[in-house]
Design a protein around this ligand. Sequence first.
Ligand code: TNX
Length: 546
Amino acid sequence: MDDLLPLPRLIETGAGSTEIAVGAVVSGPASLRDTVRLALGVLDPRPGDAATAALRVEEDLRLGPEAYVLTIAGDGVRIEAGGRAGAFYAAQTLRQALPDEAFRSALPPGTSWTIPCGRVEDAPAFAWRGAHLDVARSFLPKREVLRMIDLMASHKLNRLHLHLADDQGWRVESRAFPLLHEVGSHRPRTVVSHRGEDLAFDDVPHGGHYTLADLAEIAAYARARAVVVVPEIDVPGHASAVLAAYPALASRPGERHRVLDRWGISPVILSPLPATVDFLLTVFGEIAGALGEAPYFHIGGDECVLDDWAASAEISAYRASLGLESVGDLHAWFLRRLADALAERGSRAVVWDEAFVSGGLRPDTIVMPWRGEHVARRAAAAGHDVVATPVFPMYFDYAEAASPQEPAGLGDAITVADVAAFEPAPASWSSEERARVIGTQFQLWSEHIPDGRALDYRAWPRGCAAAEVAWTGGPAASEDFARRLGRHLGRLDAIGVEYRPLSGPRPWQRGGAGRRRHRPGVVTVQEVMRHLHELSLSADSTRPSM
Ligand code: TNX
């Protein structure tokens, strides 16, 4: 019990021990019991009655929905939880109290362990403990998404933000507008050269999308593991894939668009006219319908070049008819219009911080400040709920070290220790501002994450540190965290996660001598943060940044 991760609020060690076996009997209300069985995986306890049960689960409504008490006593294990999520987390903690083998997918029959008695009382500091997956730049097959949900669940993370659309790909089926997935989901090739080098491409077609049935499956799989899927359709910028399929939605008529085969920011932007709003609301409805419920819907709003809006007579006339003075006001109006419609359907909008700086958000819109603490504080002071997503230290597409041994990252460096030291709601803020921070989330932008193996490397163990911060409120006590993390890696080994070893990459995880090698010092995260901070202060704040 001394190597639990994330760290529970209270751990008491007791005298004596108890035995727990694969196939133990669990008793309690059916929904909590099933949740516990799911969380325990390989233990796969059988349902039974309290008299014979080695594991008893009870509902205690005085506990919050994610809170639990886990008691390991001589006569068996007792879980008290306020709801399914709490019961699920209690079982995750119990699994961590067992040897690492409990994290394997199968064990010899008859396996059992003796574990010391003790008690854990626990609840999370933050309601939003997230991971963001960019499946637009590099598509990840469904199995990788389901596996990510499993890994999130083991770390008590509860929000999976899926970035489903960007210039380089549209990743979800639309029955109303099928060209979105038929045309928008693939590109003939992908850039392989780095900034400053001569342009070079791989000439390998890249593609893939989730059907609505896949999305329904992902959402149900996530729900059973206390994870909420947050879909993102990033608008009005980042729109090349949409416009490759439906060019009539562009702000500048008559141009042909292609799904982009290189990274960076495109000046291409959706028109803000009513036809675009109708189009998007139809697609949002299809996505939310497939998910079953969509308490949150991310609409992006970042990195927009508004020049085409300013240049269009039709859009300027429309802006004037709405009584809006600038294209920035129109950007704000457009996102507000979408957020209002989402609210009518029961979804809260989420946006990147440019949309907050543009102004005019609905008060219930959640802001993800990626450009730093300053803009995060302004959003919190303005009364928005904030999920802290700053590039430093929450962008896991940056390399772990400024070393040519690393596989190519967007820049360097963000270490496990940087993440563990993060304080999503800084002590220097007022208590009202701090109370607005509902959580934090790490970002896996996938320009340099081509597949599941690279995803494992980038996500873990930095994700373990993010989970610790999100559950405890952070920052982590560094020495104790480092000790627990060292032990926790044995669990990841048992699961089969190809994480980055603390001492650096294994030979096959390095970038080699070619294009996948990291170029240290070319882009430093400190410079990027300085630049983004300045941008977030400027009036022309929707402008692209890099
Ligand atoms: C900024 S954060 C982006 C992404 C890139 C990422 C790379 C944000 C809203 N936009 O489009 O993938 O940087 O780190």
